[in-house]
Write a protein that binds this ligand. Sequence first.
Ligand code: CMP
Length: 139
Amino acid sequence: MGNLTFTMIKPDAVRANNHAKILQHLVDAGFRIVALRMWCMSRNDAMRFYAVHKGKPFFEPLVEFMTSGPIIAAVLEKEDAVAELRKTVGATDPEKAEEGTVRRLYGASVRQNAIHASDSDENARIEWSIHFDEADIMV
Ligand code: CMP
């Protein structure tokens, strides 16, 4: 279990101007932001990012949504970072997410669920490499 994970604040949360509150929520939960970038992913970037979901019925609308506006990508540091972040973020469906989690607080629907959190150390590395060069990570 590593000390780094990857997160992405999605276009719905940026549009709603909730991104600073979400970053503060992560800091208050004990994470250190060690890389940060606001940008718009291309269709190709989003398809690469969500390649594991290719072929699922929600893939195309997901790519469409993820390219509908700017996102905020961040690498976060904390002991047991992957598991800790998934706890802080909550279940994929905001209605099923625990009280006080980021998705419960800021997510609107199963697709527009405010934030992404990597599900393993290996995927975190693959995912942050779509957003950052290794030299951008301040560890
Ligand atoms: P995320 O954790 O970023 O990983 C895949 C994303 O696909 C997920 O959050 C949701 O935004 C979206 N997603 C997953 N399941 C569904 C679904 N059943 N319907 C619509 N979108 C989904």
